[in-house]
Design a protein around this ligand. Structure first.
Ligand SMILES: [Zn+2]
Length: 332
């Protein structure tokens, strides 16, 4: 056990928005000084630098799902990280993320006109394809710098793979993206054992939550999800649960309290893919976690006193997360 091991909230805002008081969602699990990063929202690399951790200590980057607010700083982390210590990693950084969902059905969430697909020949690249495409987009920079200054080949610094679903499990991304599943191991090394589960963030699919079991204790990061039995199972007995939260009153206001059928559909859609203040407390209580850390705040730019109301439903320690906050993994 190491009392220094902690969860480090690099960014705590949800949604593809620039917020003045919170960076984009990114959570680090720091074990024995090594850094395991979950999601790379806007500002993740700069926040890692501000926290005093070097990319040289990056062991893994895990992406819960492929929404831009969870991936926008991935290229930045790798390209700037290349100059900020990534070249000194002892072993290639394991980078894991979701496989492709396959295709998209010809429907729109609000029932309206169906938009034309972007890149119909590959409308849903998975994580590995995304990293490959990012490398291709930056080929001029990468080749220039390797030839000009003999930087280490970045392909030697990373091991990139899609997270495979458990054998025999096939999901229907359009109708049942998070069927009941036992958590399965996606990464294991000398410091952590990481298990994953499928969570409910339709139509984005697949979407994962991760659990880190370490000698100091256990940490679960929910990713984006509506209330989901798989998440409760994954988080059962965890020391620290970092969970997303949405203010349902904000959603209602954003869609005029559902004046039209279309607005009501959008409210229902948001609330099925995210977890409200009362729900997040109830989930943490059912899972019996020691500490509930709220993060991925929607909206991310105001201090909503309601966040504290999660405590009405949860008997453990509640932390309203802030950027660069550290939460010890081990019990005090
Ligand atoms: Zn999302």
């Amino acid at each position: 056990m190491n009392s220094q091991d902690h969860v480090l909230l690099l960014g705590t805002s949800g949604g593809p928005r620039w917020r003045r008081t919170r960076s984009g969602i990114s959570t680090a699990v720091v074990v024995g000084g090594d850094v395991y990063l979950v999601d790379c929202g806007y500002g993740a690399g700069a926040q890692l630098s501000r926290s005093g951790h070097s990319p040289a200590r990056l062991r893994a980057v895990l992406v819960t799902h492929l929404h831009s607010d969870h991936t926008a700083d991935l290229a930045n982390l790798l390209l700037y990280g290349w100059y900020e210590g990534l070249e000194d990693v002892v072993a290639p950084v394991t980078c894991l993320g979701p496989p492709s969902r396959g295709s998209f059905p010809d429907v729109a969430a609000d029932g309206g006109r169906v938009p034309r697909l972007v890149r119909p020949e590959e409308p849903a690249p998975g994580f590995t394809a995304m990293v490959r495409h990012l490398g291709a987009a930056y080929a001029t920079d990468l080749n220039d710098r390797m030839r000009d200054t003999r930087r280490r080949d970045p392909r030697e610094l990373l091991t990139v793979a899609d997270i495979e679903l458990p054998e025999g499990l096939v999901i229907d991304p359009d109708h049942d993206a998070a069927p009941d599943v036992e958590p399965w191991v996606v990464l294991e090394d000398d410091r952590v054992r990481v298990t994953a589960t499928l969570v409910q963030h339709a139509p984005m699919a697949p979407a994962f939550a991760f659990r880190f079991d370490t000698d100091s204790g256990s940490v679960v990061v929910s990713g984006d999800t509506g209330p989901c039995e798989n998440l409760v199972r994954l988080a059962t007995g965890a020391d620290v649960l970092v969970h997303e939260v949405i203010d349902e009153e904000y959603v209602a206001r954003a869609y005029e309290n559902g004046r039209t059928a279309q607005q009501r559909a959008m409210i229902a859609h948001h609330l099925s893919a995210h977890t409200t203040v009362p729900q997040v407390g109830q989930i943490a209580e059912r899972a019996g976690v020691r500490t509930l850390v709220l993060s991925h705040f929607v909206p991310g730019d105001i201090d909503v006193p309601r966040w504290h109301e999660a405590a009405k439903h949860f008997s453990g320690e509640l932390v309203i997360g802030e950027d660069l906050q550290r939460v010890p993994i081990a019990a005090p």
